[in-house]
Write a protein that binds this ligand. Structure first.
Ligand SMILES: C[S@@+](CC[C@H](N)C(=O)[O-])C[C@H]1O[C@@H](n2cnc3c(N)ncnc32)[C@H](O)[C@@H]1O
Length: 255
């Protein structure tokens, strides 16, 4: 595909297999096409690796952080389970929301919690909101341990951000989906891998081996879940689509 941006004529032209199409450079369509390309270039430049939350690195796109905040504030979970915690920035972010909402706690699972990350998380002022569990998120003992930390009837959101192969995410979805309350979500993050298969740091196998493929297969087998981008709480624009590394990853429990 070729993109031509003409700022003098204020036009974006897209040339691909299907032919040539020209858009007003300041239109919704041009914004979506340019943002999609920007997401890919930004990922290759490690843009999501430039943020922190209250002192801890958080490996996310700011829009995804704001969108998950919208969901957490609406659902008001008793427990947020996150698999894949890395430096702990996402745990601290979720904990900061729990503190602000005066409710909720976090369970973070990682196969390897590096000692310096553990120390930083455990010494953080929001540490009382967080329980760390070390081990593979699909190890039966770890799944049992996580479930033992949650009381019957508690409202739960699950965010899967560990190993992003389709097989692993499918196993995680199978292992944790029964925790999710009706109206709440289990999220298979980083489905953008399918779009990153052709960038220099990407991998061609990601076209089919990615978290959104796992979410799609899971939803076919578990009709109590639907794939659905959470509705925006506020929107005075004509836009409708998230600019996100989590496309096709939000599974809402409907029954
Ligand atoms: C993308 S990082 C997580 C980023 C973090 N959620 C954030 O927002 O900053 C992925 C993490 O998943 C962990 N991981 C990889 N395989 C795993 C597994 N099988 N079980 C649990 N964690 C795993 C890695 O150790 C790494 O820390």
């Amino acid at each position: 595909m070729k993109l031509f941006i003409d700022t003098d004529e204020q036009q974006l032209t897209v040339e691909g297999h299907a032919g040539r199409c020209t858009y007003d450079l300041y239109s919704r369509q041009a914004f979506e096409i340019i943002s999609y390309q920007c997401l890919k270039v930004g990922w290759n430049q490690k843009y999501p690796y430039t943020f922190s939350w209250m002192g801890r690195p958080i490996i996310q796109l700011p829009e995804d952080i704001v969108r998950v905040q919208e969901v957490i504030y609406r659902v008001k979970p008793d427990v947020i389970v996150e698999t894949g915690i890395a430096h702990g920035g996402s745990l601290i972010f979720y904990a900061s929301l729990c503190k602000a909402m005066d409710g909720g706690r976090i369970i973070g699972v990682d196969i390897e919690i590096r000692p310096h990350n553990r120390v930083a998380i455990e010494n953080h002022e929001l540490a009382p909101y967080i329980t760390l569990v070390q081990g593979s998120s699909v190890d039966e003992r770890i799944v049992t341990r996580v479930k033992s930390l949650i009381n019957p009837g508690e409202r739960v959101i699950v965010i899967l951000d560990s190993n992003h192969t389709k097989a692993h995410v499918l196993k995680e979805l199978e292992a944790y989906h029964d925790l999710v309350s009706i109206g709440s979500y289990i999220v298979a993050t980083d489905g953008s891998m399918k779009d990153l298969a052709d960038v220099p740091r990407g991998n061609p196998e990601w076209i089919y081996d990615n978290p959104s493929a796992a979410a799609r297969d899971f939803a076919k087998q578990h009709t109590q879940f639907v794939i659905e981008q959470p509705p925006w709480v506020f929107n005075e624009s004509g836009l409708t689509e998230n600019i996100t590394h989590w496309p096709g990853g939000w599974l809402r429990r409907v029954v």
